[in-house]
Design a protein around this ligand. Structure first.
Ligand code: PLP
Length: 374
C-alpha cells in the first residue's frame, strides 16, 4: 500500500486531501436542498406510501422490469413542467450527463464546452468520441470565432453548458447560446441541475430568460437538489428521448430509481408548481444573506442564485476556516481543485429555506471570528 500512501501524502501536502464529514448534529450550510423539500411532510408521505406498496429497490433496469407507472408519471410531469415534448429519467445527474452526451455526439462531431462546466459534463464529453473545444467561461465570442472558422469540418456540433454554474452561482447567457446554436446549426445541451427550483419561477433557466424550448435543445436537470430527492432527467424532442433510451449505457446497464423516490420527487414538483412564491422567497433571502456575507474579507460574488461562494484563494486557508467552523458545529465545506481552479479555493455557501434566522446569525458570528483567526 506504499503507493497509495504516497499519493495521499502528496494530496495532504498540496492541501487537496479530502475527508467525509458526518453531518449528523451539525448545522449544514452547504446542501443543495435549496427549498427544504427533502423532508416536506407531503413529499415524505407520498414517498412512504409507494415505499410500502412497492418495497425498497426497483429490482432492474428501466429496460428490463424497473420501469413502473411512478417512473412514467414523473417523466410526464417533468416534460410538462419544463415545457418539452418528452423526458427520460436517470439514476443521477452524473449518470445522465455521462450517458447522454455520447448519444448526441460521436466520431466526426464537435463538442464545445464551457471551462467551468460540472465534472459530470466534462466526463460525458470525454466518453464521447467527438472532438472537444473548451472555451473560456461564458466567452461566447470565442465560441463564435471557433465556429465561424471550423463549423464546416464537423457533422454535428453540440454546445454544452451548466445553466447555473455549480461553484460560481452565475448563469450562462442562454439568449446568446440560442443565437449561436441557431446560426451555426448546433445542438444545445443545458445542465439545469441548479436552475431547477431556483430560477424562472422554479421551472429553470429557459423560463428565467423567457425562452421557449426548441427542438435543438436538450435540457437535463436533477431531482437531487431543489427537488429534495435523488436522480435526474433529460427532457428533449421525442425521437431524441427514444434514442437515449436505446443508446445511453448509463440508463440501460443500471438499475432504475426506486419507485418511492419518483413518487416523492413528483410531489415536490407539484408543490413547486403550486407555490412559485417559494422561489421568490429563496431569492429574497439569498439577497439578504449575501449583503451580510459581503463584509467578510473574501470575494463574495452574487448572481441572484442561492449559490454564494466565499472565495478565499489558497487551498490551506479555505480548509483551515472550514475545519474551525466544523469544530464549532457548522458544516461549510472547502471546495478546492479540481472542483474549482487552483488558487480559487472557496467555501461554497448555499442558501436554503431550511435555515432559521438565528442559525444564520450564528453562522455569521462564527465566520467573522474564523476569518479573523486565520
Ligand atoms: C451542474 C451539475 N450537474 C450534475 C450534477 C450531478 O448530479 P447528481 O448529484 O444528481 O449526480 C451536479 C451535482 O452534483 C451538478 O452540480
Amino acid at each position: 500500500m506504499d503507493w497509495a500512501e504516497e499519493v495521499l501524502r502528496k494530496l495532504r501536502e498540496e492541501g487537496l486531501y479530502r475527508r467525509r464529514r458526518l453531518r449528523d448534529g451539525l448545522l449544514d450550510f452547504c446542501s443543495n436542498d435549496y427549498l427544504g423539500l427533502r423532508d416536506h411532510p407531503e413529499v415524505v408521505e407520498a414517498s412512504l406510501r409507494v415505499l410500502k406498496e412497492e418495497g425498497l429497490g426497483s429490482g432492474a433496469s428501466q429496460l428490463v422490469s424497473g420501469y413502473t407507472r411512478h417512473h412514467k408519471e414523473l417523466e410526464e410531469k417533468l416534460a410538462e413542467f419544463k415545457g418539452t415534448p418528452a423526458c427520460v429519467l436517470f439514476g443521477s445527474g452524473y449518470l445522465a450527463n455521462l450517458g447522454t452526451i455520447p448519444v448526441l455526439a460521436g466520431e466526426g462531431d464537435l463538442i464545445l464546452s464551457d471551462e467551468l462546466n460540472h465534472a459530470s459534463l466534462i466526463d460525458g464529453c470525454r466518453m464521447s468520441k467527438a472532438e472537444r473545444f473548451v472555451f473560456k467561461h461564458r466567452d461566447y465570442e470565442e465560441v463564435r470565432e471557433f465556429l465561424t472558422k471550423n463549423r464546416k469540418k464537423y457533422r454535428r456540433v453540440l454546445i454544452v453548458t451548466d445553466t447555473v454554474f455549480s461553484m460560481e452561482g452565475d448563469l450562462a447567457d442562454l439568449r446568446e447560446l440560442y443565437k449561436l446554436s441557431e446560426e451555426f446549426d448546433c445542438l444545445l445541451y443545458l445542465d439545469d441541475a441548479h436552475g431547477t427550483g431556483t430560477i424562472g419561477e422554479g421551472r429553470g433557466a429557459l423560463r428565467e430568460f423567457g425562452l421557449p424550448w426548441r427542438e435543438n435543445v436538450v435540457l437535463m436537470g436533477t431531482l437531487s437538489k431543489a427537488l429534495g430527492s435523488y436522480g435526474a432527467f433529460v427532457c428533449a424532442e421525442k425521437r431524441l428521448v427514444d434514442l437515449i433510451v436505446n443508446r445511453a449505457r448509463t440508463l440501460i446497464f443500471t438499475t432504475s430509481l426506486p419507485p418511492s423516490l419518483c413518487a416523492g420527487a413528483l410531489k415536490a414538483v407539484e408543490i413547486l408548481e403550486k407555490n412559485p412564491d417559494l422561489v421568490k422567497e429563496l431569492r429574497r433571502r439569498s439577497k439578504d444573506i449575501h449583503r451580510r456575507l459581503s463584509d467578510l474579507p473574501a470575494e463574495v460574488p452574487f448572481h441572484g442564485t442561492p449559490i454564494i461562494p466565499l472565495i478565499v484563494g489558497e487551498e490551506e486557508r479555505a480548509l483551515d476556516i472550514s475545519s474551525r467552523l466544523y469544530e464549532e458545529g457548522i458544516l461549510l465545506q472547502a471546495i478546492r481543485y479540481p472542483a474549482v481552479p487552483k488558487g480559487r479555493a472557496r467555501l461554497r455557501f448555499t442558501v436554503s429555506l431550511r435555515y432559521k434566522e438565528e442559525e444564520i446569525d450564528l453562522l455569521l458570528e462564527k465566520l467573522d471570528r474564523c476569518f479573523k483567526e486565520v
